[in-house]
Design a protein around this ligand. Structure first.
Ligand code: ARG
Length: 731
């Protein structure tokens, strides 16, 4: 290192600062926005290096050698996970493994409550439907996908041609590969201005290895969810197993721990404000480029109504779960899922309001319109009016569709009746029986019956102006709801009576009776299933939704998508300074930023790092969400922090400016050398609108510090044998 006389150091660093300042682009704060395609990350490397990154594009993504991408998996289709040992050990969030942890839990072995630690490989627990998927390679296939597409084609014709091409590309890609474990996905970017091929490899034997008690893994519960300051130890451990040849295989006791091409090194150096961080994972869906009417619909209509419906459900679940430990376990995962979006939507609406997103978009649109008119390009001039017209057509169908999902299909009995019938038809009685067993493990009729009554009352109230989108032909229903007249009941809004008769007469609320029904001769079973009042009630809704709502949505969306494709081209021309990245679509992305606090409201500043001190401040045996295990209190009392201590405490969580979304849960947060600093698990309340607009002043991702994870593994889990598997570097 260059040695500088002490007296000169200050002025030298000042010089650097000033120099830096002069070189800074006009809008530096926007630098952290974006979710980048790993294959094209080269274009962002200079900016990343400016923030401290020390690796190359090849270290992030390469088809020629093992690299970071080979340590990342799409976990269970909805989360991200990463490999952290040579023997297939995988880490993800506690809330991502929650379903599996719950599935293995009973009142006697309550792994949700007490945590779970496999002491040997034999104790690692298989999970029937859990898969993890690696991206093996990606490719720009725009040309091949658009082959034969002409400007004269209608959108439907164009779509047909594209689908045919996609099929061909996919067939070619998968030649010689076992389709059970390999799949090709060809996904559009920028509304179909570009297409990328993803070749995926899926492992189907993934076992649960470890999880902290929920009082650590879900510390703060739904009270702290989506918020900072946060103190959640949101991690769980799994192991991928492969066949003897190290290739993906179905579950077998003979399978071996998978030797991945690459696994992450863990850094225990921790983070300082300003440090470079990078998140590598699978964000699900963002809508950065939508027009203002889409955002207006979201905040004025969709979010408030969905929130209202979910509040009704949550109130019932919370009350009943508090009464009975068995019900608490049964509804733990369902409740978390319902609550999660419920709370996010509230933050999102507020964030959009605070950021003035709608106004900004309207302003952008009117500036665009002027530009388009001055350019004289007809295609651009007519764009916004045409899109707005389509939005006004779309809105009622969209709303109805969301209400179907959030009300009709939110009734467990109705959803079960509908899916049981289709599973029976498609996959046969054995699979239907399996589905029924899974359903009844977590079914508590009183909750569902009350929810039916509340949701249907609300559903019929809000759908009143859209009555033409309700099933009319309920003649069959009425004869079967034992109370008689469905139409009369809905007209009278007597959903309590309807609920009572439905839940009394349907066989599908009863485990034993359902099993008896499914055990009958196949044809008889199916006809009785179809005669069940729950099926008779839900089926007209399913049909109405499919035939009259979803078909319309698909039609309008196709037209809208066509215009969005032009819109993307147009705004790239109009706003040529701006950097564009494709919206998230559950494909692998890189996002980067720095560790930063933020100011949520006037006169308040949040620091970016939380510690175990905050856990102790929140600790309260009387409050379920904050009641930590006694063992943690004991460790804290003697400050037995061991190796994981830093500045006299244990760091727990930190926030940074990485642009993440749902699906990024469990994603590795890497330092400038690509070493694991922590796991992404959330965003801050004020910044949840980043799916629509990323405001660098308040959008932060929340991560659990890997040192807290290791601390819990060692001190609470006594899982030294797992820690020994890891590659830990002190800096
Ligand atoms: N908000 C985080 C995410 O969207 C965590 C959700 C799980 N936690 C919970 N309390 N429900 O996935």
């Amino acid at each position: 290192m260059l040695r500088i006389p002490k007296s000169l150091r200050l002025s030298f660093s000042c010089f650097i600062l000033i120099f830096h300042f002069l070189l800074m682009p006009a809008v530096p704060a926007l630098a952290d926005e974006g979710m980048w395609l790993p294959m094209l990350i080269q274009q962002k490397i200079p900016q990343m290096q400016e923030l401290g990154f020390r690796l190359t594009a090849e270290d992030i993504y390469s088809v020629n050698r093992a690299c970071l991408k080979d340590a990342i998996v799409h976990f269970g289709g909805g989360c991200t996970g990463e490999i952290i040992s040579a023997e297939g050990l995988l880490i993800t969030n506690h809330h991502c493994g929650y379903g599996q942890i719950q599935a293995h839990s009973t009142v006697e072995h309550d792994y949700l409550k007490d945590g779970f630690w496999a002491r040997t490989r034999q104790e690692e627990l298989p999970n029937k439907t859990l898969t993890v998927t690696f991206l093996r390679k990606m490719e720009d296939v725009t040309q091949q996908v658009l082959e034969g597409v002409t400007a004269q084609m209608s959108e439907v014709e164009r779509q047909g041609q594209i689908e045919a091409n996609i099929k061909t590309i996919s067939e070619l890609t998968l030649q010689g590969l076992d389709r059970k474990f390999y799949s090709a996905r060809i996904a559009p970017a920028y509304y179909g201005n570009q297409y990328f091929l993803y070749l995926n490899e899926t492992f189907r034997d993934v076992r649960l290895v470890g999880a902290p008690p929920s009082s650590i893994g879900k510390f703060g519960g739904d009270t702290d969810n989506w918020m900072w300051p946060r103190h959640t130890g949101d991690f769980s451990l799994f192991r991928i197993y492969a066949g003897q040849d190290n290739q993906p295989a179905d579950y077998s006791p003979d399978n071996m721990p998978y030797r991945a091409r690459y696994h992450l090194t863990i850094s225990t150096k921790g983070v300082q404000p300003g440090d470079f961080t990078m998140v590598y994972g699978y964000p699900g869906r963002t809508q950065q480029y939508v027009l203002s009417p889409a955002v207006e619909y979201l905040v004025n209509r969709s979010n408030p109504q969905k929130i209202r419906l979910r509040t009704l459900r949550l109130d019932v679940m919370n009350r009943e779960q508090a009464k009975d430990p068995a019900v608490r376990i049964q509804y733990a995962n369902k409740n978390a899922g319902v609550s999660n979006s419920w709370k996010k939507w509230q933050g999102e609406s507020r964030g959009i309001h605070n950021a003035g997103t709608i106004g900004k978009k309207q302003d952008f649109e009117s500036r665009f319109q002027k530009w388009a008119e001055s350019s004289g390009r007809h295609e651009y001039i007519t764009l916004i009016p045409a899109m707005k017209e389509l939005y006004s057509q779309l809105e009622p169908y969209m709303f109805a569709s969301e209400m179907y999902a959030e009300a009709v299909m939110a009734v467990e009995l109705l959803r079960f009746a509908s899916t049981l019938e289709s599973t029976f038809v498609r996959n046969g009685p054995a699979r239907a029986t399996e589905a029924a067993r899974a359903f009844f493990k977590d079914y508590y009729k009183p909750i569902d019956q009350e929810i039916f009554e509340l949701l249907f009352t609300e559903f019929y109230r809000v759908m009143e102006p859209l009555a033409h989108l309700l099933p009319k032909d309920t003649a069959e229903v009425q004869s079967l709801t034992a109370a008689g007249d469905f139409e009369q009941l809905t007209a009278a809004k007597d959903f309590a009576q309807l609920a009572a008769s439905l839940y009394n007469t349907s066989v599908l609320t009863d485990h034993r009776k359902t099993m008896e029904l499914l055990a009958k001769d196949s044809a008889l079973a199916l006809s009785q299933l179809r005669e069940d009042p729950a099926f008779r009630l839900v089926d007209p809704f399913v049909r109405k939704n499919k035939d009259h709502i979803q078909t319309r949505i698909t039609e309008i969306s196709l037209d809208l998508n066509l215009l969005y494709r032009t819109w993307m081209q147009a705004i790239m021309e109009f706003d040529s300074e701006r950097i564009f990245y494709p919206d998230a679509n559950s494909t692998l992305r890189v996002t980067y930023g720095t560790v930063q606090g933020y100011s949520p409201v006037d006169a308040v500043t949040y620091m970016p790092v939380s510690t175990i001190e905050g856990i102790m401040q929140k600790d309260d045996p009387q409050v379920f969400d904050y009641d930590i295990p006694q063992s943690l209190r004991n460790i804290y009392a003697v400050r037995d922090f061991g190796h994981w201590e830093s500045n006299g405490t244990v760091p727990v969580c930190f926030i940074a400016t990485n642009h993440t979304s749902g699906g990024n849960s469990g994603s590795p947060v890497l330092n400038a050398d690509g070493h694991l600093l922590g796991l992404n698990f959330d965003r801050v309340w004020e910044g949840t609108m980043s799916d629509i607009e990323f405001d660098p002043s308040v959008c932060r991702n929340i991560s659990v510090d890997i040192r807290y994870v290791l601390f819990i593994m060692e001190k609470i889990g006594k899982a030294d044998y797992l820690i020994e598997e890891l590659d830990i570097c002190e800096d």
